[in-house]
Design a protein around this ligand. Structure first.
Ligand SMILES: *[C@@H]1O[C@H](CO)[C@@H](O)[C@H](O)[C@H]1NC(C)=O
Ligand SMILES: *[C@@H]1O[C@H](CO)[C@@H](O)[C@H](O)[C@H]1NC(C)=O
Length: 572
């Protein structure tokens, strides 16, 4: 009996000891990470931060925590399963600059890994100087954060990219115009509802006491218009057109002329909050200001007939972002409820549409005609710092890319309107290509041999690849001008293509591309193109491969595209 008792106590003692040792060992194994239920012991212990830490289907246990040392520089918590080692993706992502996420399809989850976040657009056919510009029908320039607003005076974007005050950046304006032109061609006809045109379509207007409203035939424009005469004060009632609830379009288009200081107000309701925003277009030169729920844009000169085309949601978004950063009213929550005129003046063709791409396109083209200088250029009025070892560009520089994209825009404006002034502006834009960078032109020469056109005409030269190719596309467009008017552009294009063929592979790193050649001209590390620019290079080469017979464009595009899928050139 005593013997049996002792044995019993020994047994209890041994069991407790084993249990304590077991807990101790578990505490040693434990590593950093969130508490998780460990299915082996049924106890809460610390395990490595792995989401799916369960026993595997084959009955084996989960991989265990393990320290991994990378090049003797970093330490990461990995997992080990026999001889296999698993790294956390959050580490791989930053270390190799790759991208990935868990996606689910038909209820099945999987992990998708990408080397690049950019997209390649394969041209649908031979590049056409009258057609869609590259894949710019996908661009939405005005919603970019670096666009302060679209001016109501000229209908073009104001950039804040290198100068928070804002300035007119020819490249941005040209891209705005080319994007709208390309959308005009690529998209279906918009919804367009004429609200009032003075004769065929008449709206119901609410006229303030003491104000007058008539419809009238004007002989100078040979058309019926509405005429109003009200107080100027923005607090007065004016003449008001109340809009039906069923309208869901946000592009306002109208013809307008004031005899006094006047204004147009558009009221946009936030349906959810039951609150109103007031967009005022006033006779002044201001770009944009806001005060509470009131947003003001300046119309510039008010006293001659002009067209006003506004994307009301963009105006609202830009106004809101002045006060509340990042705030944006959703299209589904917004509704245009009224258009109000104040002052003395006339209006015609008041329309709401789902888009007015051609109007925005001509606004951009007209800006280029109006602001071209005597040397055929569009000077950029901000200082530009490119990088170490490269002198800053003083305000007033020309960009070959700005010139080139303007040429692509102006040629399209010429073809679609047949107005000669677009054509002559495009032809004049060639002049800065003849002058060297140091002489206020855009031309550089590589190794005393190859002529290049500089996006940034720096000292020393920078040889930015994408800007050069955009300038070649502009020259190509002008080279196709009627008769032989484009012969100067054609010569420059031919010289440029010769340089491009000779120099293209200087930009190939074997796993990506270089943005420019500043490492050769200014020394230092090469300036590797981020995927945005790398994919632009590929898209540009694909375009060139449709107009140039040399296979270097297509084969290089193919290899460069493969880099986006993680491929690398073979090593020796
Ligand atoms: C017209 O009125 C607006 C405000 O209603 C004002 O900001 C602007 O300076 C005025 N313009 C002129 C030319 O008087
Ligand atoms: C209104 O549109 C008609 C038709 O397009 C045009 O003839 C007329 O000139 C326009 N009105 C104004 C004031 O521009």
């Amino acid at each position: 009996m005593i013997f049996k008792m002792r044995f019993y106590w020994k047994f209890v003692f041994a069991t407790i000891s084993v249990f304590i040792i077991c807990l101790f060992l578990l505490s040693l194994v434990g590593c950093k990470g969130p508490l998780k239920e460990d299915l082996v012991c049924g106890k809460a212990v610390q395990v490595a931060p792995l989401k799916e830490n369960r026993m595997r289907k084959d009955g084996r246990h989960s991989p265990e925590g393990f320290d991994c040392v990378i090049n003797g520089e970093y330490q990461v918590s990995c997992l080990r399963d026999g001889s296999e080692v698993y790294f956390p993706f959050s580490f791989l992502k930053n270390y190799f600059e790759v991208y990935g996420k868990i996606v689910s399809e038909d209820g099945e989850e999987r992990f998708e890994w990408f080397h690049s976040y950019s997209k390649i657009y394969h041209p649908k056919g031979k590049y056409d100087p009258k057609g869609v510009f590259m894949y710019f029908d996908n661009y939405n320039v005005e919603v970019r954060e670096r666009v302060k607003c679209i001016t109501a005076s000229e209908g073009v974007p104001v950039s804040t990219q290198w100068e928070p005050r804002g300035y007119f950046y020819p490249i941005q304006i040209a891209q705005f115009g080319l994007a709208h032109y390309s959308k005009y061609i690529a998209e279906a006809e918009p919804n367009r509802l004429v609200l009032e045109d003075g004769d065929r379509t008449k709206a119901l207007w609410f006229v303030a006491d003491g104000a007058s409203f008539t419809r009238k035939f004007l002989t100078d424009i040979n058309n019926f218009v509405i005429e109003f005469n009200t107080q100027e004060s923005l607090n007065s009632k004016g003449i008001e057109l109340k809009l039906s609830e069923s309208l869901t379009d946000f592009i306002l288009n109208l013809n307008l002329k004031f005899e006094s200081n006047g204004s147009v107000e558009v009221i946009v309701e936030d349906k959810e909050k039951k609150s109103n925003f007031h967009l005022f277009y006033v006779c002044s030169d201001l770009w944009i200001t806001s005060k509470g729920n009131k947003i003001f844009h300046g119309l510039g000169d008010c006293n001659s007939w002009r067209r006003l085309t506004r994307d009301l949601l963009v105006d609202l978004q830009k106004g809101q972002s002045l006060s509340e950063k990042g705030k944006r009213i959703l299209r589904s929550r917004a509704r245009v409820t009224a258009v109000i005129f104040r002052g003395v003046g006339y209006a015609d063709n008041i329309t709401l549409s789902s888009s007015e791409h051609l109007a925005h396109f001509y606004d951009a083209a007209d800006w280029f005609v109006k602001h071209q200088d005597d040397e055929g250029g569009w000077p950029i009025d901000v200082k530009r710092h490119l990088g170490a070892g490269v002198e800053d560009l003083d305000a007033g520089w020309y960009s070959a890319m700005g010139q080139g994209q303007a040429m692509s825009l102006l040629m399209r404006a010429y073809y679609s309107s047949r107005n000669e002034y677009y054509l002559s502006a495009a032809l004049d834009a060639v002049k800065p290509f003849q002058a060297l960078s140091e002489d206020h032109g855009v031309k550089a020469v590589f190794m005393d041999k190859y002529i290049w056109f500089e996006e940034y005409p720096t000292q020393p030269s920078s040889f930015v690849l994408n800007g050069f190719i955009y300038s070649l596309i502009g020259l190509y467009d002008v080279a196709h001008a009627p008769d032989s008017m484009g012969s100067e552009a054609r010569d420059l294009y031919i010289q440029g293509i010769r340089s491009l063929k000779a120099m293209l592979l200087l930009y190939d790193t074997g796993s990506g591309t270089l943005y420019d050649l500043r490492h050769i001209t200014a020394g230092g590390a090469p300036n590797v193109a981020r995927w945005d620019y790398h994919s632009t290079h590929v898209n540009q080469l694909l375009l060139l491969s449709t107009i140039e017979s040399d296979p270097v464009f297509a084969t290089t595009a193919k290899r460069w595209q493969s880099y986006m899928n993680g491929k690398r050139a073979p090593h020796n």
